[in-house]
Design a protein around this ligand. Structure first.
Ligand code: MN
Length: 510
């Protein structure tokens, strides 16, 4: 197996001149229509001629940077062309008709979608932002590639934020963290998400960021030696058992270390010393064999083992995670997955348009999008936008718990979710009429906290009085909260109406 070279985005994409892009394009897969892409590059260069970026560089380095990020994600011909042309409709006299004549409808529609999103003014006011975010999510259902191009656009803007005034830097970084990072996360595009997070931290908390960079750099040499030794040892172990696999060192992102420092107060020293390895295997069975061998050789930390192969995350992430203790006392984390799982983990939904594999079935694609549709379903009936963004933030950032229906379907709920959350995620009516719940066959209170892997069965009654106000204090999911609130509101209105009618009747009788 060959290892792809992944330099940090900063070096790869920041300033990209046409020659470099063309060289990378030459190296790329055969399924790309390279002459078509070269034509888009020429067209974009001509259209943006004379325009400059704030840094003083020619404008065209920006669309080229965006296209290279898309090329790196192995996106299809249309997306890469749209990346090159993404600012042409907005910033040059070229019209949609002219672009359609040159590059066809698909490319023009993608550019049109990106232009439309670009016009959305993200304001600091949560309400307006939420409104826009919702439109954006809705717009996405037309063609998710629009969002992928927009994410590449934003990543490149973040990479080149240095030339922008400090106040704007902070604002852009905050907006990226609030809107685009969660989107990249939900779409499973880890590579873009982590690059964005580190850049956001750099501009929002510069002191923290540079302190982290310094501390991590201090230990770099000893850490690298440890990783090398460990890699040799694991390779030996795998050879003994004739398992073919690729072992990679996995540098921690600064943002992930930063988040760990927020969670833990003591033992800061070992947080900076975190070591991660990834073992890429040929088959799923090998994943479990490798896990067994590692647990035999080193002592695993309790409660740190996660099987995302048996129970994948909602964004399609699959992998085994374990944390082991070396006799030296050094703790190290290992992720074990197949090559296919590794690509989905890095590229998420983008992996779907891979020029390497050609088109996959539409059904598969719609399956992958179903969670996205769910988000939209859950939020389109929310009147209050501030509540919407708050809810979305909770849904996007909190840890999740995965439970089963009696039929074996996996449902994703926020950590701490109760049987009431579960009931509402099945159906609003099931939620309104739930009176009890069983977990793994045993009765539990409705306030019970569900754990990963629980099988949940909801008991309903047609004669139940409906949700109680107390439920609002125990439910964790946005959907359950909203449905309960809506029900209570309607209930109050009916009580008010009845009372009003009584008053009128009394007056009439007088
Ligand atoms: Mn742009």
């Amino acid at each position: 197996m060959k290892e792809a070279q992944h330099l940090p985005a900063k070096e790869r994409f920041k300033v990209v001149y046409p020659e470099k892009f063309l060289a990378e394009l030459d190296k790329a897969g055969k399924n790309l229509d390279k002459p078509f892409i070269r034509r888009a590059l020429e067209y974009a260069t001509k259209s943006h001629e004379g325009q400059m970026r704030q840094s003083g560089e020619p404008y065209i380095i920006h669309p080229i940077g965006v296209a290279l990020i898309l090329l790196d994600l192995q996106m299809d011909t249309h997306s890469i062309c749209a990346g090159l042309l993404h600012d042409v409709l907005e910033d040059t006299p070229v019209t949609e008709d002219e672009m359609t004549n040159e590059f066809g409808e698909t490319v023009t529609q993608l550019v049109g979608g990106v232009t439309k999103i670009g016009k959305i003014k993200f304001s600091s006011k949560a309400e307006e932002q939420a409104e826009n975010l919702r439109k954006m999510l809705l717009a996405m259902t037309d063609d998710v590639r629009v969002i992928l191009i927009k994410l590449a656009d934003r990543l490149h803007n973040m990479l080149t934020l240095g030339a922008v005034p400090p106040q704007k830097q902070r604002r852009k970084a905050q907006e990226t963290l609030d809107v685009f990072v969660p989107l990249a996360h939900r779409l499973g595009i880890y590579r873009i998400k982590t690059e964005m997070e580190d850049l956001c931290l750099r501009y929002i908390e510069p002191n923290v960021y540079f302190d982290l960079v310094r501390r991590v750099a201090q230990k770099r040499r000893s850490r690298q030696r440890f990783v090398d030794d460990l890699t040799t040892e694991i390779n030996g172990l795998l050879n003994e058992h004739s398992i073919e696999a690729l072992i990679k060192g996995r540098p921690k992102t600064f943002y992930s270390i930063y988040k760990k420092t927020l969670k833990r107060t003591s033992d800061l020293a070992d947080i900076y010393d975190l070591i991660g390895l990834r073992v890429i295997t040929l088959t799923v069975a090998d994943c479990y064999s490798v896990l067994g061998l590692l647990h035999e050789r080193w002592k695993p930390l309790q409660n740190r083992f996660k099987d995302y192969i048996a129970v994948p995350k909602a964004n399609q992430y699959r992998s085994l995670h374990t944390t082991l203790i070396h006799p030296s006392g050094q703790v190290f984390e290992v992720q074990i997955r197949t090559e296919e799982m590794d690509r989905i983990a890095e590229e998420g939904i983008a992996a779907h348009w891979s020029y390497k594999e050609g088109g996959k079935s539409a059904a598969d694609f719609h399956h992958k999008l179903s969670w996205l549709k769910q988000i939209i379903e859950w939020h389109k009936d929310v009147a209050d936008s501030a509540e919407f963004i708050e809810g979305l933030k909770v849904d996007l950032f909190e840890n999740q718990v995965y439970v089963f229906t009696p039929e074996g379907k996996v449902l994703e709920l926020p950590a701490g979710a109760t049987p009431i959350d579960f009931a509402y995620s099945i159906h609003t009516e099931v939620g309104h009429h739930c009176v009890g719940a069983q977990v793994n066959g045993k009765m539990v209170p409705l306030t019970y906290q569900l754990q990963n892997g629980h099988i949940v069965n909801i008991l309903t009654s047609k004669t139940s009085k409906g949700p109680s106000r107390d439920w609002l204090d125990v439910v964790k999911s946005t959907r359950a909260k909203q449905k309960i609130k809506a029900w209570l509101k309607r209930e109050n209105r009916e009580v008010d109406l009845a009372r009003g009618r009584d008053i009128v009747n009394e007056e009439l009788q007088k």
